[in-house]
Design a protein around this ligand. Sequence first.
Ligand SMILES: [Zn+2]
Length: 122
Amino acid sequence: MWRIKRAVLMDLLEAARNAYPDEFFALLGGNKREKIIDEIIVVPAEYGRTSTLIKTWLVPFDSRIAGSAHSHPGNYNFPSSADISSFAQFGELHIIMAHPYNLNSTRAFNVKGKGEKVEVVE
Ligand SMILES: [Zn+2]
């Protein structure tokens, strides 16, 4: 099971709230072997109300990149087909935060878009 540091998750939720009504997108950094997410990697992106264009050619190669996180301005917190097709280029674990951006409106998915349990750790 993947784990995520509470401070990282709280920062993601705050960034999603700040970006609202636009989408927020970031990469997740951590230790893939130990399956722990411990940092946010902000990448250049154009944020929009319905989609976020990530400039993938500007994403650094970083062996700590383990996944992605993005927000949905609505309350639907499942990946779109576009989300699922983009997951593979960003790693294994993908977090979707829906409005109003709290723990209950947040879900995690694997690279195929299937629900994934994540433990929040200190
Ligand atoms: Zn999405």
